[in-house]
Design a protein around this ligand. Structure first.
Ligand SMILES: [Zn+2]
Ligand SMILES: [Zn+2]
Length: 260
């Protein structure tokens, strides 16, 4: 069995298709998916999906690319994180690729997320793009090691992966790892310890080969897992077992995992 550690199936394009999305997960033996919040306006929609479907978990946070919610307070996150189906704070982080100019507000909001995670004891979901150094610096300065978390849709260097692992973080790979020319990412997926590895789709983005270019869905995390298993020379079953156990360990759902 597999878990999609990061998707956005609360987005409009799935509104009429949730039953089909869940069927496709079941067909691909994807038992659970984490539906990741990108801003507070959409939070009720993310939460309601997780409340209605036992296969889904949710998070609370504001994506670094989202220019609203600049005045976000620690308490805005901590309060919403009290719900038992909210298993993480994020996605948060830094993105210097999509946004330019003075991004101090982005860094401040990232710090707010780390503080909220520490206050409620839930792990962080971190997005980082062309901002590796600043991301690690803020993680260290704010004590992100205390909660740990995941560097999602990882596209950085092996050194950065190792630095994040030292801070008790997991590394999650998306469909990018299946792309033929993603050699550097394939190498990271091959090199980091198996007990630090997660798989995700980041649906609706980044559909893996052989679905590249389509609207992604959690069931297709199987293709991500197959590619990483191939790269590491292990069976899909071994890769699935390890990444699923990692997911339940990170998000403190171990009791549930034992019962599956
Ligand atoms: Zn992201
Ligand atoms: Zn995302």
């Amino acid at each position: 069995m597999l878990v999609d550690s990061h998707c956005h199936i609360d987005f409009d394009e799935y509104a009429e298709r949730i039953p089909q999305i869940l069927d496709s997960m079941a067909r691909n033996q994807v038992t659970h998916a984490l539906c990741v919040c990108v801003n507070l306006t959409d939070f009720p929609r993310v939460l309601s999906l997780a409340e209605r479907h036992p296969q889904l978990f949710a998070s609370v946070g504001v994506h670094p690319d989202y220019a609203g919610d600049e005045t976000l307070k620690v308490d805005d996150l901590v309060q919403r994180a009290q719900h038992p189906k909210i298993v993480a704070i994020g996605e948060t982080g830094l993105d210097y690729y999509h946004l330019r100019g003075d991004l101090e507000w982005q860094r401040t909001r990232f710090r707010t997320h780390v503080r909220a995670a520490r206050e409620c004891g839930k792990p962080l979901i971190i997005h980082t793009r062309e901002a590796g150094e600043d991301t690690l610096r803020i993680m260290r300065e704010e004590g992100a090691r205390e909660t740990g978390g995941v560097m999602h849709c990882f596209t950085e260097t092996l050194d950065m992966a190792r630095a994040a692992i030292e801070l008790d973080f997991f590394i999650s790979f998306s469909g990018i790892v299946t792309f033929k020319n993603a050699l550097a990412i394939k190498e990271v997926a091959q090199s980091i310890p198996l007990e630090r590895l997660l798989v995700e789709t980041d649906s609706p983005y980044l559909a893996p080969v052989p679905h590249r270019g389509k609207t992604n869905e959690p069931g297709w995390v199987r293709h991500v897992a197959e590619e990483i298993a191939r790269l590491r020379g292990i069976s899909l079953e071994a890769l699935a077992e390890a990444t699923t156990a990692n997911f339940f360990r990170l998000f403190k759902l171990a009791d549930l995992y034992k019962g599956l």
